[in-house]
Design a protein around this ligand. Structure first.
Ligand code: GLC
Ligand code: CA
Length: 555
């Protein structure tokens, strides 16, 4: 058995609510996914990561789970799930489940019991604290606005919720909680799932002193130094590894907010004692802003490159990288890092794909990225569905931190709903996503941008991604070559090489809409090399045209 298949794999993320609706209620579902597996097979991906499909009141679209061993009614039944899984396996596709165990829903029976009384057997499943001077136990803010503490008058105490107040944090210090989680994971593994993407797993161990955080925007204290990469997180993951992960052949990726290189080397250590890899966030945060993520500013290539090159070089030989430009929490890659205007959308989407897929690590494709889907740019607050976007708008405008225009503009640039508009399948009404009314508006550009037209055009982003995936399977250097950054001061070009034995792979990407000189193509060895892929028709000039990407194999 090849135990490191996850290094050679390409992963496709499905956000089930927005992927495909099979019964016309406007909400994507499991049968909708099953109906589109051939499309994913055609693309060539190996693994599907499914955002949560468990029973949930949907305060945060399934990231608030009320039963880990039941399927959300809107998504279907456990029979639908079993059929989907077996149809995936029949096609050689593997399935990664989203594991959300930093918190549950407040409607999970553990929490409903826990809040009943101080001596309830489930009390200690969550993090309860006494008031401090009649108020919250400390100044921490929650990710989705407001305080991270919610008062419960039943017992005159507060519970901790790092996200919404309907997402109480589990108490991982409690051995019984850990056992419950490990048993539940084992149950899914025995059902045949192939791995886990672990939601905010870097947050499961809290600083037991619960100190106040530095206050931002005059609102709340930042808890990240006290909840991210906490004192016992590696101990818990080692225990999870021993009790569950090591017993099955799985792929594991931890979502690790606030992770540093040093921490990542522990989480994703090649000794296999914790996880296979983590999602780091540094390249998502290259645009600095005094109000956290809420800005419409563009990124600078220099900063983006510095972050990505650092992760590439510093994990070399120590830990494995995950590679991604977007997911259900981020705006669309082509809008953020490329150019989503009609002239350059496809070219820049292909360029971004090249830049990412030729790096060292396991690439992730987010649904719709393979056809170059763009941000939604909703004009009205009423069009937004995301709890983070709506709460932030209220909190920032009501406290006069940002005015409504600034905030709407920031939402257009970075709201999570940009990624959550329905998958664009064809040019029929509602993009072929549903025959009913979609739960969130379809991006009006669907007559132009959709999977059907991409499949009919041999130059589409879809076929380009298909080729990128195929190249990875055919060239060991893309998996194992050592990464080396090139032209590290250039303002437009992102270039690097990969080295394996005597072979070299040169990758050069123009992030601008100008033609720029690139002397990397002037050397004899590169001139003699073999062009593996490019988003332009082959040419020999030592320039990169607007958003051009070129990959040359030098034997
Ligand atoms: C992760 C998920 C995000 C969710 C949050 C709370 O960051 O990716 O969608 O809102 O955790 O579970
Ligand atoms: Ca449905």
């Amino acid at each position: 058995m090849n135990k490191t298949w996850w290094k050679n794999s390409v992963i496709y993320q499905i956000y089930p609510r927005s992927f495909a609706d099979s019964n016309g209620d406007g909400i994507g579902d499991l049968n909708g996914i099953t109906a589109h597996l051939d499309y994913l097979k055609e693309l060539g991906v190996d693994v599907i990561w499914l955002s949560p499909v468990y029973q949930s009141p949907n305060d945060d679209n399934g990231y608030d789970i009320s039963d880990y061993q039941a399927i959300m009614k809107e998504f279907g039944t456990m029979e639908d799930f079993d059929r989907m899984l077996s149809e995936m396996h029949k096609r050689g596709l593997k399935l990664v489940m989203d594991l959300v165990v930093n918190h549950t829903s407040d409607e999970h029976h553990w929490f409903m019991e826990s809040r009943k009384s101080k001596d309830n057997p489930y009390r200690d499943y969550y993090i309860w604290k006494d008031p401090r001077d009649g108020k919250e136990p400390n100044n921490w803010g929650a990710c989705f606005g407001g305080s991270a503490w919610e008062y419960d008058k039943e017992t005159d105490m507060y519970y901790l919720h790092c996200f919404s107040k309907k997402q109480p944090d589990l108490n991982w210090e409690n051995e019984t909680v850990r056992k419950e989680v490990f048993d539940m994971m084992t149950w899914w593994c025995e059902k045949g799932v192939d791995g886990f993407r672990m939601d905010v797993i870097s947050m499961i161990s809290k600083d037991p002193a619960f100190p106040d955080g530095v206050v931002h925007d005059n609102l709340y204290g930042d808890n990240s130094p006290y909840v991210c990469n906490g004192p016992r997180v590696h101990e818990y993951l080692k225990e999870m590894n021993q009790k569950v992960l090591s017993k099955f052949d799985l792929i594991t990726v931890g979502e690790a907010a606030g992770v540093t290189i040093e921490e990542a080397k522990k989480y994703a250590n090649l000794d296999g004692s914790e996880l296979n890899m983590v999602f780091q966030f540094e390249h998502m945060g290259v645009v600095e802003c005094e109000h956290g993520k809420w800005t419409d500013k563009r990124f600078e290539l220099k900063k983006l490159r510095a972050v990505l090159n650092k992760w590439q070089t510093e994990l070399e030989g120590k830990a494995w990288n995950s590679l991604y430009w977007d997911n259900h929490d981020q705006p669309r890659a082509v809008s953020r890092f490329g150019n989503d205007g009609p002239m350059y959308r496809e070219l820049s989407a292909k360029m971004l794909g090249t830049c990412l897929h030729m790096m060292k690590g396991t690439p992730y494709i987010y649904q719709g990225e393979e056809i170059g889907m763009t941000n939604a740019y909703f004009k009205n607050l009423e069009d937004y569905r995301d709890i983070e976007s709506i709460n932030a708008y209220k909190e920032y405008t009501e406290n006069n931190i940002m005015n409504p225009e600034e905030m709407m503009s920031a939402l257009k640039a970075v709201s999570r709903d940009n990624a959550r508009t329905p998958m664009q399948w064809d040019d029929s009404e509602n993009a072929g996503f549903t025959t009913g009314t979609p739960w969130i508006k379809v991006n009006p550009n669907y007559p132009m941008i959709n999977a059907k037209s991409a499949l009919e055009d041999k130059d589409s982003v879809f076929y380009y991604y298909q080729k990128l995936i195929k190249l990875r399977k055919e060239n060991e250097i893309i998996i194992d070559g050592v990464f080396k950054g090139l032209l590290e001061e250039d303002e437009n070009i992102y270039a690097y090489e990969r080295i394996l034995g005597d072979q070299k792979l040169l990758v050069a990407c123009n992030f601008s809409d100008k033609t720029v000189a690139c002397d990397l193509f002037e050397t004899e060895e590169v001139k003699k090399g073999q062009e593996l892929i490019s988003n332009y028709i082959y040419h020999k000039e030592a320039v990169l045209k607007p958003y051009e990407a070129r990959v040359v194999l030098i034997p």
